[in-house]
Design a protein. Sequence first.
Length: 242
Amino acid sequence: MARGPGLSVAIAEKTFPSGSVPLFSGLRLDIAPGSTVAVLGPSGVGKSTLLRLVAGIDTDFSGRIVVDGRDAALAPAPGFVFQDPRLLPWLTVGGNLRLADPALGVEATDRLLASVGLAGRQDDFPHRLSGGMQRRAALARALAANPRLLLLDEPFVSLDPALVREMHQLLLGLLDTGGPTALIVSHAAEDAARLADRAVLLAGRPARVVADIPLERPRRSRSEAEIAVYRLELEALAAKTG
Ligand SMILES: Nc1ncnc2c1ncn2[C@@H]1O[C@H](COP(=O)(O)OP(=O)(O)OP(=O)(O)O)[C@@H](O)[C@H]1O
């Protein structure tokens, strides 16, 4: 599979009609093809809005966001993972995946589900899956939509620690084998320390990039001690800048 696209974000201004101060003003962010970037920052800083702008869902801003050389709104839709799984309960798991990619055949659906540890579950309805399995199905749906560009908005929020570890392991494999470009919005420095090769901290209103940290050690070879060092470094920066 081709490596994920490069992204170029240049937001001159983004203001919601209800807000007097712009959410973003002169925000720039360039993201290398195939990289995994964690976007961290306090609640309300604009992380989810940034993902929607990159996804081309929200086009109400001035500036330009380019995905693989095309305006975000004209680029292929990304794979989006939300805070909750958002599977349609009246469709089977396979049906949910085919909503994202109507051309997905039975075998391809099986392969995709197997890649997230859900082999043989395509005919199940979502209520038959545990919470953790529903998260994995949501990840498979995002891969069905676009395996090259993944936008994850707090994908581990409200999961218990064992499920977070399970999702981290799953994503480690998917990020390394597929080579997608991934943006992971999170409150947790731990997510960045384990998964990302770069962490961007947003703060303020208008939001600015207050820290842009390369996490150079390849995620696969990070020891628990190195992960802890990255996490503490990011938490300290967030405390200083947030
Ligand atoms: N559709 C909207 N209309 C008006 N204001 C909005 C809209 N969406 C977001 N906002 C406002 O924009 C700001 C940023 O919201 P956003 O959800 O992007 O922040 P966030 O960093 O993702 O927060 P959290 O971490 O709590 O999810 C907030 O003040 C929010 O109230």
